[in-house]
Write a protein that binds this ligand. Structure first.
Ligand code: HEM
Length: 377
């Protein structure tokens, strides 16, 4: 695709696909031409509207806003996600990870359900200040929100949409109640901090806060889960690498970056053109949906040597797995820290880690890459 049709129109999906590294970067770098705001997509707002005709609060977040609105929404919370602020969470993340690992009795385990999924959910819940009892509910919401629509029949599609809307509504109500509780009784947690945060006289509205909590749950969990599983798949596939990581001959953080590149958890990002744009000699008219393929950009041979190989100590590594430009992942420092803590804990505890022969199933999502289960022993 990168060589023959780097920018192509897919008439079935009515979308443009962009495959080359430089083009993907340009799409993500040029907000004024490639918008993240769903309001710029004709008909989209009606499609996502709930029974009251309103889009769910998650659409009132930075992820779906263009500058200058984006900067207002991001500016209020950005400080909490800087590497230094996130590093303060390391001990608590390590404790949580150890608790999950203590529960593993040995033998065969599914890395996804035993570790890679529950730890990031708990970390977000812990940071926000969500009671531990609600974690199973969190997982169910997160699962539903990333599900791929089953468009085979109209009834199935309708059922899917209803399930999505109900989940959105349940989550919104849940977070609204939690925000109310923290307003009445502030605590040392992220929800309280978001309520109190003010930058240049800006505070978040209640709807924006609910949206932001939802966004953290959706954007932060499934992505980190898949980073951990994808990384372990890369590590176990290369003889001797687990030992090199244990001894430090290959730096774990460098290998994690390569796993991000080689098996990118987020494969694609969506934008809408605000005016007609030319990319790799192809004219894309205004008002069209564009899919920027991070997974493909990360394998672009013009940028990466041995692009289709997993090179554990690859440096430099300018992958686009956390996006690029204005919307560059707010949670990247947290995701990196979690991955490093969880993977190093696994390496320390288990002398031998090997995959169990299994038919790995891709997760049901069209833009997230990972597997449903990853049995190891
Ligand atoms: C944005 C990937 C973990 C919160 C993004 C974007 C990507 C991404 C590609 C850009 C979206 C766009 O341009 O439209 C990932 C990956 C992760 C991860 C691969 C794990 C390996 C997290 C975590 C959090 C988080 C742990 C929060 C706790 C966000 C937020 C945005 C974002 C809030 C929106 C930023 C903005 O619009 O300015 N992420 N993410 N992500 N991510 Fe992550």
């Amino acid at each position: 695709m990168r060589a023959e049709s780097p920018v192509r129109y897919d008439a079935d999906r009515e979308l443009w696909d962009v495959f080359r590294y430089e083009d993907v970067k340009r799409v993500l770098n040029t907000d004024e031409r490639f918008s993240s705001d769903p309001a710029t997509m004709p008909g989209f707002e009606e499609e996502i509207a709930d029974s009251e005709g309103e889009p769910p609060p998650v659409f009132d977040t930075m992820l779906f806003a263009d500058p200058p609105e984006h900067n207002r929404l991001r500016g209020v919370v950005e400080g909490f996600f800087q590497p230094r602020a996130i590093a303060e969470q390391a001990d608590r993340i390590r404790e949580l990870t150890e608790e999950y690992l203590d529960d593993i009795k040995g033998g065969e385990v599914d890395l996804v359900s035993e570790v890679a999924y529950p730890v990031p959910v708990d970390v977000i819940a812990m940071m926000l200040g969500v009671p531990t009892d609600d974690r199973a509910q969190f997982k169910r919401w997160s699962d539903t929100l990333i599900e791929r629509p089953n468009a085979k029949t109209e009834a199935a599609m309708e059922e899917f949409q209803q399930r999505q809307q109900q989940t959105q509504a349940e989550m919104s109500q849940y977070f609204a109640e939690l925000i109310e509780a923290r307003r009445a009784e502030p605590q040392d947690d992220l929800i309280t901090a978001i309520i109190e945060a003010e930058v240049d006289g800006h505070r978040l509205s209640e709807r924006e806060m609910v949206g932001f909590c939802t966004l953290l749950l959706v954007a932060g969990n499934i992505t980190t889960t898949n980073l951990i599983t994808n990384a372990m798949r890369c590590f176990t596939a290369q003889p001797g690498l687990l030992d090199d990581l244990r001894t430090g001959d290959v730096k774990l953080s460098t290998a994690i970056e390569e796993a991000l590149r080689y098996r990118s958890p987020v494969q694609a990002l969506f934008r809408v053109t605000t005016e007609s744009v030319e990319l790799s000699g192809q004219e894309i008219p205004a008002g069209e949906g564009v899919v920027a393929w991070l997974g493909s950009a990360n394998r672009d041979g013009d940028v990466f040597d041995r692009a289709d190989e997993f090179v554990a100590d690859r440096r430099p590594n300018q992958h686009l797995s956390f996006g690029h430009g204005t919307h560059y992942c707010l949670g990247a420092p947290l995701a990196r820290l979690e991955a490093e803590i969880i993977l190093s804990s696994l390496l320390e505890r288990y002398e031998a880690i090997e995959p169990v022969e299994a038919d790995l199933q891709p997760i049901r999502s069209s833009f997230i890459y990972g597997v449903e289960e990853y049995p190891i022993r």
